[in-house]
Design a protein around this ligand. Structure first.
Ligand SMILES: Nc1ncnc2c1ncn2[C@@H]1O[C@H](COP(=O)(O)OP(=O)(O)O)[C@@H](O)[C@H]1O
Ligand SMILES: [Mg+2]
Length: 368
């Protein structure tokens, strides 16, 4: 088996470090604190949550809900209900009354598989549910569990786009009404999540501990990579690791992709084999990048390309930058940049502006 996973979490053996983050989460859970996990995309937030789940063991029930793609509070409540169903009800022969009431409040219909007789749920997103009752009955059910329940709401920044506008206050009310349930919110839009929890006039202000996820340190990753190569009588040099880490800008997903392919193809990878792998990874995602590029205006596209070539870009208004990339007036560059940031193609970091997706950036660098 290839030890460099590129899809989902399997076990600690294939998971590099994150000891401090895991301990922090455990301590928050044990001491009644709710947590917000935030950081740029593909650094390992979701995997960290799965890792935590495997480390908690008995006495804990971790409900994992991914809010990506949900459009309103009804949908969010329904998928929380669906997770409750999958976690608890599937194993039961008959649904207890409190669960029946919960699912009916959520507008979820339960049927039974014709052949096996096991219960099945169908989620009807067009059917409205009773919002207030739904949060009340979800809360009542989870608060009455004997084990410690941890409700994970991944991609929580989605609630900022919900129709209706008061989603933040509703979720905050739900959290406050259920002090026995531990909440973990996780999100990839760092600025959005940060402002939700750090601005004085927002409902979630100071309600949770913030846990920033950054790239795994080179020294830690090096040990992890070398160990897995050596275990199967393969060998990788520090020089190659340094170079692939740098090319990946330390992004976990990109490092895993490269190592997965290097491990598969070579006993002792050298520079040409690294370049081949990098080339293949960029090629593999090229069709997606072309599609994205085609949705942009000319200025947006030029600015994006220029940032990829310069990143981290400190000053988008510098005459030398505008001239070098033939970008024209600073005002139109600023408008385009705002748009690129809003759609998360570009991020603003302490070091400067960067293209959010590392592989996309590598693809853009090569465009003439
Ligand atoms: N600590 C880790 N060690 C090894 N691989 C990891 C680690 N964290 C994440 N990954 C891998 O990196 C990729 C991206 O991780 P993911 O958790 O989906 O990121 P995020 O939720 O921050 O977008 C996944 O393929 C996952 O398997
Ligand atoms: Mg994730």
């Amino acid at each position: 088996m290839n030890p460099f996973l590129v899809t989902s979490y399997i076990s600690e053996e294939f998971f590099c470090n994150r000891k401090e983050e895991t301990n922090k989460l455990k301590s928050n859970i044990k001491n009644g604190r709710n947590t917000v996990i935030y950081g740029w995309r593909r650094l390992g937030k979701t995997s960290l949550i799965k890792h935590l789940e495997s480390k908690l063991g008995k006495g804990y029930e971790v409900l994992y809900v991914d809010l990506l793609g949900t459009k309103n509070i009804d949908e969010a409540q329904k998928i929380i209900g669906k997770e409750i169903f999958n976690f608890y009800a599937k194993k039961l022969d008959a649904l207890p009354f409190n669960l029946q009431r919960l699912f009916s409040n959520l507008g979820l219909s339960i049927g039974f598989d014709q052949f096996s007789g096991t219960p099945e749920i169908s989620v009807n997103f067009s059917k409205e549910n009773n919002r207030t009752n739904s949060f009340e009955s979800i809360g009542e059910f989870l608060s009455n569990r004997k084990n410690q329940v941890i409700l994970v709401l991944d991609e929580f920044q989605e609630i900022n786009h919900y129709a209706g506008g008061n989603a933040e206050a509703l979720f905050r009310g739900f959290m406050q009404a259920n002090p026995k349930v531990r909440f973990i919110f996780s999100g990839s839009q760092r600025n959005l999540i940060q402002s939700m929890f750090l601005e004085r006039n927002r409902p979630f202000y100071k309600s949770c501990e913030l846990l920033l996820i950054e790239g795994i340190k080179l020294s830690e990753y090096s040990t992890f990579i070398k160990t897995h190569f050596q275990r199967n009588e393969k060998q990788i040099s520090q020089e190659i690791i340094d170079e692939l880490y740098d090319w990946s800008r330390g992004q976990t997903y990109c490092i895993q992709q490269i190592c997965n392919k290097l491990y598969d193809r070579n006993k002792k990878p050298d520079k040409p084999s690294l370049y081949n792998v990098q080339h293949d990874i960029v090629k593999q995602e090229a069709p997606i990048f072309s599609t994205i590029i085609n949705t942009l205006s000319n200025t947006q596209r030029n600015v994006l390309e220029a940032i990829a070539k310069e990143e981290p870009l400190l000053n988008q208004n510098a005459q030398s930058f505008l001239n070098k990339h033939k970008l024209g007036a600073a005002s139109s560059v600023n408008t385009a940049l705002k748009k690129l940031i809003a759609s998360e193609l570009v991020i603003k970091t302490e070091k400067g502006y960067m293209v959010h997706d590392v592989i996309f950036s590598q693809w853009l660098k090569k465009l003439i």
